[in-house]
Ligand binder design. Structure first.
Ligand code: FPP
Length: 243
C-alpha cells in the first residue's frame, strides 16, 4: 500500500447512513446505530495510530431530538454504554475525551459519564476525541454572539475589537484548530448544521459507504485523497504564472 505522507491534524466526520444500512438488511434502524459504534471504535483506533491529533464526530444533532422517542432512547442508551466501554481504551491510548453541544439537554446519567470521562482523560495528549452531542452549529454561533454582546454590555469589550480569532474563542470548539478534513458517509452532499464557522477552508470528502460499512481502509482512502488536494485558503494557485 502506498505510504500516506500528509496526515490531517484535525478530521471531522458526519457519520451518516445507519438507518439505511439497517433497512437494506430488513432490520430496525437501531441495529444500524449499534453497528455504527463498531465503526467509531475502528476509526478512533486508526486515527490514533496515524497520528491524527483531533477527531470530531457528529454523534447527535439538535435536530435528532425530533426522531421517534424509542430511537432517541436507544441512542442515549448506546451513548451511555459507549462512555463506559471505551473509557479504558481512551486511558490506555492517551486519548483525551471531549464533548461539545447543548450537553445540558442530555439525560443526567449521560452528562455525568461525559464529565467523568473528560476528567479522567484530561491529561492525555495523543488524540482529542470530541463527540458533538445535541449539537447545532447555528446555536453554537448564536451562543458565541450572546457571550460577546454580554462582554460589550459590561464594558469589557469594544465592538471594534471583535475579530475572527476572538470570535472563534467563544465557540464550543475553543482551543481546537479548525478541521483540515471533513468526511461525510452515505453519499449525501450536505453539511447538516455541523461546524459551519470552523469548516470555512476545510477539505470535504464524501464516501458512498454507509457509516457501519465505513472501514479503516475507507478512512485511509479519504486521507490519501486529502493529500492530493492543494489547499489554497483563497490564495492564487502556485503555478509559475502566478509566482
Ligand atoms: C446517522 O444515521 C447517524 C446518527 C444519528 C449519528 C451517529 C450515531 C452512531 C454512530 C451511533 C451512536 C453513537 C455513539 C457515540 C454511541 P441515520 O440514522 O441518520 O441514517 P439514515 O440517514 O440512513 O437514516
Amino acid at each position: 500500500m502506498e505510504t500516506i505522507h500528509k496526515i490531517p491534524r484535525h478530521i471531522a466526520i458526519i457519520m451518516d447512513g445507519n438507518g439505511r444500512w439497517a433497512k437494506e438488511r430488513g432490520m430496525a434502524r437501531i441495529f444500524g446505530h449499534q453497528n455504527g459504534v463498531d465503526t467509531i471504535r475502528e476509526i478512533v483506533r486508526a486515527a490514533r495510530e496515524l497520528g491524527v491529533k483531533y477527531l470530531t464526530l457528529y454523534a447527535f444533532s439538535k435536530e435528532n431530538w425530533s426522531r421517534p422517542k424509542n430511537e432517541i432512547a436507544f441512542l442515549m442508551n448506546l451513548l451511555s454504554q459507549f462512555l463506559d466501554s471505551e473509557l479504558k481504551e481512551l486511558e490506555e491510548n492517551q486519548i483525551r475525551f471531549n464533548a461539545i453541544g447543548k450537553l445540558e439537554e442530555l439525560p443526567r446519567e449521560v452528562r455525568e459519564k461525559i464529565k467523568r470521562n473528560m476528567e479522567r482523560t484530561a491529561k492525555n495528549d495523543q488524540l482529542v476525541l470530541t463527540l458533538a452531542l445535541s449539537y447545532s452549529s447555528r446555536v453554537e454561533i448564536i451562543d458565541a454572539i450572546k457571550r460577546i454582546c454580554e462582554q460589550v454590555k459590561q464594558g469589557k469589550l469594544n465592538p471594534e475589537d471583535v475579530s475572527e480569532a476572538s470570535f472563534s474563542k467563544e465557540l464550543y470548539t475553543t482551543g481546537i484548530p479548525d478541521p483540515d478534513l471533513l468526511i461525510r458517509t452515505s453519499g449525501e452532499m450536505r453539511i447538516s448544521n455541523f461546524l459551519l464557522w470552523q469548516i470555512s477552508y476545510t477539505e470535504i470528502y464524501v464516501s458512498e459507504k454507509y457509516w457501519p460499512d465505513f472501514k479503516k481502509s475507507d478512512f485511509l482512502e479519504a486521507i490519501r485523497v486529502y493529500g492530493t488536494r492543494e489547499r489554497r485558503f483563497g490564495r492564487a494557485e502556485t503555478t509559475p504564472l502566478a509566482q
